[in-house]
Design a protein around this ligand. Sequence first.
Ligand code: ADP
Ligand code: MG
Length: 923
Amino acid sequence: MNADAKREAVYGAPPEMLAVRDDLTPMLSQYADRCEEHDDALVLFQVGDFYEAFCGAAEAVARTCEVTLTQREDSTGTWPMAGIPIDNAAGYLERLLDAGYRVALAEQVEDAEEASGLVDRAVTQLITPGTVVDEELLDGGRATYLGAVARGGDGGSSDSDAEGDTYGLAVVDVSTGECLVTGADRALALEELERLAPAELVVGPDCDLPNLPFDPMETPFEPEAFDVDAARETLSAYAPRPDAVVESAAELRAVGAALAYAEYAQGDSKLEYVTRVTRFDPREFLQLDATAIRSLELFESRSARAGSTLFSVLDEAACALGRRRLEAWLRRPLVDRERIEARLDAVEALCDDALARADLRDQLSSVYDLERLVARVSRERADARDLRSLKTTLDRVPEIRDSLAGTDSDLLADLRDSLDELEDVRDLVGDAVVSDPPQEITEGGVIADGFDAELDDVRGTAEAGREWVSNLEAREQERTGIDSLEVGYNQVHGYYIEVTNPNLDRVPDDYQRRQTLKNSERFYTPELKEREDEILRASDRADALEYDLFCEVRADVATESARIQAVADALADLDVLRTLADVAVANDYARPEFHGNAASSAGPTDEDAGIRIDAGRHPVVERAQDEFVPNPADLPRGSVALVTGPNMSGKSTYMRQVALVCVLAQVGGFVPAKSARLPVLDRVFTRIGASDDIAGGQSTFMREMSELTEILHNATGDSLVLLDEVGRGTSTADGLAIARAATEFLHDEVGATTLFATHYHDLTDAADDREGVFNLHFTAARRDGEVTFLHSVADGPSSSSYGVEVAQLAGVPASVVERARDLVDDNEVDTESTEEDGVAAANSETGEVTEVTEDGTLAAYVDGLENGHGQTGTPNRAAATAATTEPTPELDAVAEALREADLVDTTPLEALNLLSDLKGRLE
Ligand code: ADP
Ligand code: MG
């Protein structure tokens, strides 16, 4: 049974109930109604303290939540039933979400005691991956987005082609009220979508989306929500002039649909806490596509060193607001030089002021998640403790402003100015809500004395009554002369006067018997009863009044959502800036400098605006090990550096550290280096790792090639390109040819600054005929007869026999190492004789490879040993390869064709086609 079929039996009214529809009990009939109304979700139906599901849905709940499947029996049948306790529903709901279900909560909307007949239930909340608001289901450090994608035009035939190719993209964070909208051509919009990675996606009509590298739940939603007019109508509730917010019909449609779906999920009501719809242009940020984000390990680690990512190194945020903001900044570094410098100024100012930094850290650590608090206030979900948390947070604002007073930075000054102390809100909550309120808001004890005259009055009455009762004991003892007489209270019987059996004869006439115990009798008097009623009435009245007052206060606070959100915004920025400063000081980072702003069309571009890093480090790797060898980078703009060296010598680390320094600088942070002079990059591309993951159903090589295509098409002179072992997924000859062609194309046509780590030693020749192509290498050194890595970058290509050295390190028997060294020496003579053409060299190599002389092959073999990949490390590999490449006429023909191929004038794709053709002929 596939997932959808499974869902079929879970969503909608159970067919077996519909079959006897007219006979169902009123409650099950109501259940069936709610299921029919919300047939896109698993309905959880409140029955008292439980959420229940029936039939197919019950089975799903029992299985997923590991709760017992029971039955409900009535005259119409026996219905499978499973329930989860409302009090700790969060964990169960999370399991249902994780299992891919959408859940609709049908809650009792009348008081069971007040309802005449059946209690009415309504779906108050839809719980889906993109619309969760429950604190326990949310990740504090990440925004949880609901996204909508729409295609240009108004869906009719009148679209011009250009409009039809524009895509609009909107996301809403239902837990905070953040709402973003953007638009771009399809490719850029898809990249942006990957970057925002919404947990749930509503896709508009005619959108043509590929398989996405993340896995959002795709939600079917009424296509009408995407109509331009409907979308404008929806948006107008959030922005007075909807058309001023968006820049295309596609954007309007996307944001309209996203908001409409968010409203629907929250029980069809306007989201008061969405106070600002923000449009941005993807080009305002350094483009990091999902591949780059992954391979640079910004948020997720690919290695076994789990948990170490750039984010985890930087995450010294003091509060959840700051943590989410840091994530957002890292996901979108800037390209506007002024904005970058403003952030750097602020970080520097904080670096220089240890006291302010420490104070801010302390103050911000007692700041609550204001964004989510405000959202709960607006959704009428906030309790008294939430309001106190709001006040606690606002109490810190004046101190935070004070801490900033002495710092010297325009950005910090601006942030300080936007820190509205919100005295009115603070005082309102402070006056209204007691300082340590209970969890429940319906049972009193929430509103402070002196806030409301009527409440004080009612409380006074109750208090006077209690006072009277508490003095009663002494009075009655005196009146009756019974010293052991006691006045008490009990839940069932209320107030009583207790007299022990030996004293019963002294009980006055007005005592009425209430309860008989073994050794005593309990009585009441008419006056006591009257007082008791008075106390009960007054405290019930007080509770009700308190609840009303609390709701009023909460509603008043809700009207200030926008102001509170502005404060939250400033606190978030502030926390990130102080985090960046803390990390810079703790890890000895330096402030980067920028050449002319290369990314803006205005302003002169410094022609030689290369990447110059003095003693750069990898921010994550340096933290994971005892010693890290700093390395310089001097990459002229548009140059291609070919990085060679044995496996594990530090090539990948080096390339990534260069990219990470650039990224971090454009975030506005200091960088792990002694100094850095950098260009402002427009994009960072990566193709890193020849790992054998077969993601997305594409073979590794195919994937590698499509990523390469992407890079070759989209990189510009302002881009940084990292290629790590590109071409490894195929035969040596193919791989080398592609690597060479790509290198030349990047250099000649694209002009992107490129770092290319390769095990194809022959590629290093590419430096001979192009000035902008040069070699760097990492070496191994022999120390005490052992080979160790220096991890230190040097000019020029590496020695071609590094593979053999590594083989020795790996413990390959001495005789094999000796033999291999001989063969390498022979091979070097061969290679030199076919110098003029890289391809010819490659061809002569092909034959040699079979004899395990080509260094890459041996390196790959060792690689296999180290990584535990059985297949690559099979000792038989050389023999097997040799068998398939025995010289034949066909082989000669293929070799001839390869020799004739003019790679300089061939695009990589053409090269790929040619190669696959040749491969076909070989097979
Ligand atoms: P390669 O890509 O050449 O196979 P890596 O860059 O993956 O090598 O580095 C292998 C390991 O070497 C890293 O995991 C790290 O532990 C260590 N390493 C790399 N660069 C350095 C360095 N500059 N200083 C210290 N150790 C390093
Ligand atoms: Mg590597």
